[in-house]
Design a protein around this ligand. Structure first.
Ligand SMILES: Nc1nc2c(ncn2[C@@H]2O[C@H](COP(=O)(O)OP(=O)(O)OP(=O)(O)O)[C@@H](O)[C@H]2O)c(=O)[nH]1
Length: 371
């Protein structure tokens, strides 16, 4: 434990045993100064106050430091920029905090046993004026990349003696803050990775052109829903819908116009289904709609709604207005209770071809005689 001393102490004591002079103070802090511009003061998320002032974990460490060293205050400064005197942060920060931020951040431990004898601090306005800081010690805090990110500071209003054991304790306290900051950056990193992972996963499931589920994703949805419906004893129906004469659109207006048509059609089809139902791109201009819990009659109604949604209104693509239609084939476990998902798709496909044969712009249900 550090001992209080009212005796006139040595001018400056440093943990760097090679530097005993007051001059070396400036030298030692210069490395910290170089880095200052890189690290703005870390502010809390909730308010415009320095993180070290409000963060519960840091405040706890500060409380331990204050008690351990029996000093007026133990401050954790994170980042090196002094609070702007006009900011809310500066207003809410204590005068001791303002003092600590005003001392250049050093990459080495600093111990000033009496500020009045210190070349740099003797003329500091908070030393010559209220609150008359007399003792100052700081231990740097580094992040896991060994970048200087702040310091644990001790302040008192009387000169102090600072023993080797005190230096060690201050180093231990700084290590606690470093650990806390590392845990934080790890969880921030993890959150970031999770977010990126989620977005990558999503991208791998979505068709980049039309924004619906891609073929792999809609097939997976179909498999999962088939198992779920089977367990629940509920029907499962699906629609295979295909744009009519799409090749002609590509050939006449160009591939980009064809792409635009696909985007518009997908959007109209999506507006016809409920959230628990899924729309995916099964092939070039072919869509697969999975309707868990829907009977064949409901699926027929949904497909008919889709057909009308496309045919009822021409689509404007650039300067051109196109009359579009789709044909659709429907299959359901209502009709084929023991069919696999592949069989259901193939039944719906056969029905789709029947719809095309029947002149297009129509909806057909799969029938045993159509297989
Ligand atoms: N623009 C565009 N065209 C595509 C895309 N994928 C497939 N196609 C085109 O879609 C067309 C499909 O032509 P077909 O299979 O003959 O079908 P269709 O002309 O619609 O005729 P029916 O289905 O019989 O009515 C082909 O010209 C493909 O090149 C795509 O992503 N973008």
């Amino acid at each position: 434990m550090m001992c209080r001393s009212r005796k006139r102490p040595r001018t400056i004591a440093r943990t760097d045993r090679s530097s005993h002079s007051a001059r070396s103070h400036t030298k030692m802090t210069s490395s910290g100064r170089l880095r200052q511009a890189e690290i703005p003061m870390l502010m809390s998320e909730q308010a415009d106050v320095p993180l070290g002032e409000v963060d519960p974990e840091i405040v706890r460490i500060r409380r331990i430091g204050k008690r351990l060293f029996d000093v007026a205050n133990c401050i954790v400064t994170l980042g090196s920029t002094a609070p702007d005197s006009s900011s809310a942060g500066a207003l809410s920060a204590s005068i001791e905090t303002a003092f600590c931020y005003s001392v250049p951040l050093s990459g080495e431990p600093v111990v000033v046993t009496d500020t009045r004898n210190d070349q740099m601090l003797a003329r500091h306005r908070l030393v010559v004026g209220a609150p008359y800081v007399r003792f100052y010690a700081a231990h740097p805090i580094y992040n896991q990349d060994r970048v200087l990110i702040g310091a644990v500071n001790l302040i008192d209003y009387a000169p102090r003696i600072f023993r080797d054991s005190d230096r060690q304790m201050l180093a231990d306290l700084a290590a606690l803050v470093e650990r806390e900051m590392q845990v934080r950056s790890m969880s921030a990193l993890q959150l970031d990775l999770q977010r990126k992972n989620k977005s990558l996963r999503r991208k791998s499931l979505i068709d980049p052109l039309i924004g619906t589920w891609n073929r792999g994703a809609i097939m997976r949805i179909l498999t999962i829903e088939a198992i779920r419906c089977d367990k629940a004893g509920a029907p499962l129906s699906l629609i295979v819908a295909d744009l009519d004469y799409f090749k002609k659109i590509n050939d006449t207006y160009g591939h980009p116009a064809g792409d635009a048509v696909l985007v518009k059609v997908a959007s109209r089809l999506r507006s016809c289904i409920r959230p628990q139902e899924a729309l995916g791109r099964y092939g070039g201009e072919e869509f697969l709609v999975v309707l868990p819990g829907s009977s064949i009659n409901t699926a027929m109604a949904v497909a008919e709604r889709m057909r009308r949604a496309i045919a009822s209104q021409p689509e404007a693509i650039g300067d051109t207005t196109l009359n579009l239609t789709i044909s659709a084939g429907i299959a359901s476990t209502d009709l084929f209770p023991s069919a696999t998902t592949e069989e259901l798709i193939s039944r719906a496909d056969v029905a789709l071809y029947a719809a095309k044969d029947a002149g297009r712009n129509c909806v057909m249900r799969a029938q045993p005689d159509l297989s």
